[in-house]
Design a protein around this ligand. Structure first.
Ligand SMILES: *[C@@H]1O[C@H](CO)[C@@H](O)[C@H](O)[C@H]1NC(C)=O
Ligand SMILES: *[C@@H]1O[C@H](CO)[C@@H](O)[C@H](O)[C@H]1NC(C)=O
Ligand SMILES: *[C@@H]1O[C@H](CO)[C@@H](O)[C@H](O)[C@H]1NC(C)=O
Ligand SMILES: *[C@@H]1O[C@H](CO)[C@@H](O)[C@H](O)[C@H]1NC(C)=O
Ligand SMILES: *[C@@H]1O[C@H](CO)[C@@H](O)[C@H](O)[C@H]1NC(C)=O
Ligand SMILES: *[C@@H]1O[C@H](CO)[C@@H](O)[C@H](O)[C@H]1NC(C)=O
Ligand SMILES: *[C@@H]1O[C@H](CO)[C@@H](O)[C@H](O)[C@H]1NC(C)=O
Length: 515
């Protein structure tokens, strides 16, 4: 009787122990599931951060150095068709928007040097090839545009001594310089010899010298830039990934009165700090822009290869006047008066030429600037807005359209007879759209993997863990309950007394041999 009971107890406790073990394992699995739910995405983020970090030899770094993309710049030129009537008869200027003139670009980063402190420096190379088949004209098209070197010189002389202006007028007479020039599109972009710049190079004291004797809106841009950029690789601090640390060794610009405006810690437009949200503000720095440009979330978009992305665009008040956006005061060191709403004064970056940037067709500026000329259609955000689409998890630019218009702020100068009838006006010269239409499949493939697999894996893994844990737990509990029932029914046969008697006997019996 005792032996049978002991065996039964042993059996049942071994049996119970097994199922208690299963309970423990299933609780462990469920606990692991909870861990997965909580931490899985952070692990994935750590992996992504590690993958995107720029370091020698990695695939994303190769793509960064030599992007397998086809960037393009589309140039539109405002051809002035009534230059003589405008100057002689006071007519409204009439312009004819020509273009696009399309250049296909190849980008490569040269002289790449990784530094110990998590930065890398390089010189950007951009090679432009004219693509006649995509263009609406040829590089040899002749256009009539404002003479930027001349009108810059005359506008600047406004506050100079009168005899200087008169001297300037006679020099311009001798050199036959006119307020409008007739040049080919190729010359306007890539450079033509300008008599005034040539003269300036010979007579102006060395330290004030302009560096060129040719003038072109994209002069010297075809090739490797002399500017050295130092950017953060993301190692150590992923929140600075891709942001500029130094430009030609300088940590900030020196043009403005406050650090906020001199700050250059923006991206070059290709890579951004990962894990962007709809609240993120991203920044792009470009030397010719003379500042870093903020961009805020606009909408969700689907990129070329079905990659979902966030569209970032400059806030509406980015170029607002100081009255509307006091934040912009530090961009106006010489003011007031400052540039009107919708314009950004880049004079300080362009050898003091009175150049104002705006968005194409004066988007975001007062309509009166557009209607001061004839032939410019009302702005259309679809065609004229500046935007960058970014894959928010990895911070890679999916597509981009950097759209900027170049305007000349002409001041009327009565003493210089050639321009005496040229009124105060903001005269548009051209606008361009530089950017990417999409990424190649090899890049988007990896991106899709990195962005769509983790959430699915996350859901699947946690689902499987919870299901498995719950199933095991249920089975174990069921077996335990049934086992306990069977045990009690087995032990019920000898009665409750038996159990009590057992316990009462077992304890001393177990203790006795030890004494
Ligand atoms: C630009 O305008 C001028 C007239 O001002 C005209 O002679 C010339 O053909 C125009 N260029 C093009 C490409 O239409
Ligand atoms: C000059 O303007 C007047 C009216 O203001 C107009 O009648 C005349 O045709 C214009 N001349 C030219 C050459 O455009
Ligand atoms: C990192 O090192 C490079 C080269 O020594 C230097 O130019 C750069 O300013 C340094 N950057 C930081 C953030 O210390
Ligand atoms: C840019 O330079 C390359 C050679 O470096 C040349 O083939 C190309 O025609 C140039 N593009 C322009 C627009 O001048
Ligand atoms: C985004 O901004 C809104 C409103 O300012 C705020 O309620 C929300 O918590 C922010 N989200 C994140 C992720 O910071
Ligand atoms: C642009 O900036 C320059 C230099 O700061 C200044 O002299 C000029 O008046 C400004 N132009 C306008 C239109 O604000
Ligand atoms: C545009 O400018 C005109 C005159 O310069 C002014 O009367 C008008 O209120 C301005 N419009 C806006 C929307 O600021």
């Amino acid at each position: 009787m005792k032996g049978r009971e002991k065996l039964c107890a042993k059996l049942s406790s071994a049996f119970l122990r097994k199922w208690w073990f299963v309970v423990a394992v299933s609780v462990g699995i469920i606990f692991f599931g909870v861990i997965v739910v909580i931490f899985f995405m952070s692990w994935v983020n750590l992996v992504i951060n590690h993958e995107v970090t720029l370091r020698e030899g990695s695939k994303p770094t190769e793509w960064w150095a030599k992007p397998p993309v086809v960037p393009m710049i589309r140039v539109y030129i405002y051809n002035v068709t009534n230059a003589d009537e405008f100057l002689n008869n006071g007519s409204k200027p009439i312009v004819d928007e020509l273009g696009p003139y399309v250049y296909v670009e190849t980008w490569e980063k040269k002289n790449i040097q990784f530094h110990e402190n998590g930065t890398v420096s390089f010189n950007q190379e951009k090679i432009y090839h004219f693509d006649e088949s995509l263009s609406a004209g040829s590089e040899d098209d002749v256009v009539v545009v404002p003479n930027i070197p001349m009108l810059s010189a005359t506008s600047q002389s406004k506050h100079a001594a009168r005899f200087l202006r008169l001297a300037m007028a006679s020099i311009m007479d001798i050199l036959k310089i006119k307020p409008f020039v007739e040049v080919s599109v190729g010359q306007l972009l890539w450079g033509y010899e300008d008599p005034l710049l040539k003269l300036a190079k010979d007579v102006v004291p060395k330290e004030q010298k302009l560096p060129y004797e040719e003038f072109g809106l994209m002069y010297n841009k075809n090739g490797t830039s002399k500017d050295t950029l130092t950017i953060f690789t993301g190692s150590g601090d992923i929140t600075k990934y891709g942001l500029i640390d130094k430009f030609n060794g300088m940590p900030k610009l020196a043009h403005y009165t406050e650090d906020r405006c001199n700050d250059i810690m923006g991206s070059d437009g290709s890579i951004f700090p990962p894990h962007l949200t709809k609240n993120s503000t991203i920044y792009v720095f470009d030397k010719d822009m003379c500042r870093k440009l903020p961009l805020v979330f606009d909408k969700e978009v689907t990129g070329s290869n079905d990659i979902p992305g966030y569209r970032f665009t400059p806030p509406i008040d980015v170029f607002a006047s100081v009255d509307e956006n006091p934040e912009n005061l530090c961009f106006c060191p010489a003011g007031p008066p400052c540039a009107p709403s919708g314009f950004f004064n880049v004079s300080l970056c362009q050898y003091d030429s009175p150049i104002l940037l705006s968005f194409p067709h004066f988007y975001l500026a007062n309509d009166s600037y557009r209607t001061a000329l004839e032939g410019i259609s009302p702005p259309d955000p679809e065609k004229h807005k500046f935007f960058i689409d970014v894959q928010p998890v990895m911070g890679t630019a999916l597509s981009a359209k950097a759209r900027v218009q170049i305007n000349l702020a002409v001041s009327q100068v009565i003493d210089i007879k050639q321009v005496a009838t040229f009124p105060d006006i903001i005269f548009p010269v051209m606008w361009f759209e530089e950017g990417l239409d999409g990424l190649p499949e090899e890049m988007t493939g990896l991106m899709r993997l990195a962005t769509s697999v983790p959430p699915v894996a996350h859901a699947a893994l946690s689902g499987v863990l919870f299901a498995l844990g719950a199933l095991m737990l249920l089975v174990a509990i069921w077996r335990l309950v049934r086992g306990a029932n069977r045990l009690s029914s087995l032990q019920l046969a000898p009665g409750h007394m038996g159990q009590h008697g057992n316990k009462g006997k077992d304890v001393p019996m177990a203790n006795v041999p030890k004494y």
